[in-house]
Design a protein around this ligand. Structure first.
Ligand SMILES: [Cu+2]
Length: 320
C-alpha cells in the first residue's frame, strides 16, 4: 500500500515593513526549469522517501565536521533546476545529528563559502536596510554560525551561542554539552547569524537533531516503531530563476509586493507564495513511503520553513 505525502496549503505572514528598492533587484537570466512555473511532480517528485544521512554519537561524544558550501549545480537540482545554494555539506538537507542524554556534541563547522567583496557586502546591507528592522550591523550573507534549536544547553562560549559569527573561509569548533536530564525528542539545528539567517535557512541550511530515547524507559511499542523511523525535515527552499538565493526581498516582501493574490505586482514573483516552488522533505519533492498494512512507523516532523506555516494532513487513509 502506498501512502503519499502531500504538501499542503501555506499561510503567509507579513511581519516586516519596508520599501522594495529597485536597486535590490538584480538582473537575472532564467535557467532551464528554474522559471517561476509549476513543477511537474510526476517527473520530478514521487521518488522513494529517503531519510537524511545520520551521524551518531559514540561513547558519549558526537564528533563530526560539517562544511558550509554551495551545492554543485551539476549534481543538485529541484524540479530540474540546477541549484547553487548555501548548504551543509553540499546537500539540500543537513545530516541528522543523534545524541544521547549526557552526550557532548563536538562539531567542527567549516565555512567554505567565498569571501565577499566590500561592494557585495554593502549591497547586501542595503537590501537588509530596506527590508528588515536593523539596529546592529548584520553579518554578510556568507557569514554563518550554528543554533541548536530547542535545546536546553549553554548559550555562551562555543556552545549554542547565536552571537558568534564565522566568516567565510574560517572554522569554529563547537562543544555543546547535553545535560544528563535533557528531555529526549526531536530538535533541529540551523544557521542563525544575524543578517544571514533568512538567506541561509531559506536555502536549506537546517537539519534534525535527535536526543535519543532512554533505553531503560522507552516503551516496547515505541521501540518497535523506531525500526522504520522517518525524519521529515520540511523546507521551503526558495531559489530564483538562476537557481540561487541572493535577494533578501524575496524572503521579506514589503508593501510593494505583499499580497499572495497579486503575484503580478512588481517584485512579487520571487516570493515563496508566488514562486510556485514546492515544499521539500529532506530535499525531495513529494517522496513516497511504502508501508505494509498494519505497520507502525515513528515519524519525526520538523518544520524549518522560514516564514510559512506548513499544514500537515495524511490523505487517502481511513480511520482504523
Ligand atoms: Cu531556531
Amino acid at each position: 500500500m502506498q501512502k503519499r505525502w502531500m504538501q499542503n496549503a501555506f499561510h503567509f505572514f507579513v511581519a516586516t515593513a519596508g520599501l522594495l528598492g529597485s536597486s535590490a533587484i538584480m538582473a537575472e537570466t532564467i535557467q532551464p526549469h528554474c522559471a517561476y512555473l509549476p513543477i511537474d511532480i510526476n517527473q520530478y517528485g514521487k521518488q522513494p522517501f529517503q531519510n537524511p544521512p545520520d551521524i551518531r554519537a559514540q561513547n558519549g561524544s558526537l564528533d563530526t565536521t560539517m562544511t558550509v558550501q554551495y551545492t554543485d549545480a551539476a549534481t543538485t537540482t529541484l524540479g530540474g533546476c540546477p541549484l547553487k545554494l548555501r548548504t551543509y555539506n553540499g546537500q539540500l538537507v543537513g545530516p541528522t545529528l543523534r545524541v544521547g542524554q549526557g552526550d557532548v556534541i563536538n562539531l567542527m563547522l567549516k565555512n567554505r563559502l567565498p569571501v565577499e567583496t566590500p561592494n557585495e557586502i554593502q549591497a547586501q546591507f542595503e537590501q537588509e536596510n530596506q527590508n528588515a528592522y536593523l539596529d546592529t550591523t548584520p553579518a554578510s550573507f556568507n557569514t554563518t554560525n550554528m543554533h541548536y534549536h530547542g535545546m536546553h544547553v549553554s548559550p555562551v562560549g562555543n556552545s549554542d551561542n547565536v552571537l558568534l559569527a564565522i566568516p567565510p573561509q574560517s572554522d569554529l569548533r563547537y562543544e555543546v554539552k547535553v545535560p544528563a536530564d535533557h528531555p529526549v525528542g526531536s530538535y533541529w539545528y540551523h544557521a542563525h547569524a544575524h543578517g544571514s539567517t533568512a538567506i541561509q535557512v531559506g536555502s536549506g541550511m537546517a537539519g534534525a537533531l535527535i536526543v535519543e530515547d532512554n533505553p531503560e524507559t522507552i516503551p516496547a511499542a515505541l521501540k518497535a516503531a523506531n525500526v522504520n523511523e522517518k525524519i521529515f525535515v520540511l523546507q521551503t527552499i526558495l531559489y530564483d530563476q538562476e537557481g540561487e538565493l541572493n535577494n533578501i526581498t524575496s524572503l521579506f516582501p514589503g508593501p510593494s509586493n505583499p499580497t499572495p493574490e497579486n503575484c503580478n505586482a512588481q517584485g512579487a514573483m520571487d516570493t515563496w507564495h508566488c514562486s510556485r516552488r514546492h515544499i521539500t522533505i529532506n530535499g525531495q519533492i513529494v517522496p513516497i513511503i511504502t508501508m505494509k498494512r498494519g505497520e507502525v512507523q515513528r515519524w519525526r516532523l520538523i518544520d524549518t520553513a522560514f516564514r510559512e506555516s506548513v499544514f500537515f494532513a495524511v490523505e487517502g487513509t481511513r480511520p482504523a
